[in-house]
Design a binder for this molecule. Structure first.
Ligand code: THU
Length: 154
């Protein structure tokens, strides 16, 4: 059975483990994302770059796609992100918390629009030493969303 709720530290540790699976040979910057559902289920993802640089995918998009398959976007409650460069020792390094990029914030807002729940985002540095917690409403205020599309219908 799915664990009901993970601690922020557990979620960050899942995100850091996911970063180890990144395919990031061009930037050298590995990102991992762990998403927790309402009932504790987890979906993970990591960034996947491409020789055609612009086709690269962010870790959050990868994890959101898996979340949709596993428990549905409308059940997303918390998202942990961790990123950094892989050090010589093979461990994820970096002291600055990594927050979702603008495009990923928009994708997270889509999940928020489905449930009405202000999704929590736990941002971690690669080394796990710097952690900050945010809400999607604060990271993407005054956003474009499903309301706009509904409003445009006549
Ligand atoms: N990246 C993510 O996976 N998520 C973010 O929110 C920011 C950036 C990835 C994209 C690219 O593969 C690498 O980090 C450097 O930008």
């Amino acid at each position: 059975m799915a664990q009901k709720s993970h601690t922020a530290a557990q979620l960050v540790s899942l995100a850091r483990a996911a970063a180890a699976q990144a395919h990031a040979p061009y930037s050298g910057f590995s990102v991992g994302c762990a998403i927790e559902a309402e009932d504790g289920r987890i979906a993970v993802g990591s960034n996947m770059e491409n020789a055609c640089y612009r086709l690269g995918t962010c870790a959050e998009i990868s994890a959101l796609t898996s979340a949709q398959q596993t428990f549905g976007l409308g059940n997303v409650r918390r998202i942990a992100v961790a990123g950094g460069h892989i050090g010589d020792d093979g461990a994820l390094a970096g002291t600055q918390a990594v927050l979702p990029c603008g495009g990923c914030r928009q994708a997270i807002a889509e999940a928020r629009d489905l449930s009405g729940v202000d999704i929590e985002i736990v941002a971690s540095s690669g080394d796990g030493g710097a952690i900050s917690t945010h809400r999607i409403s604060a990271l993407l205020p005054a956003s474009f969303g499903t309301d706009n599309l509904d409003d445009a219908k006549n």
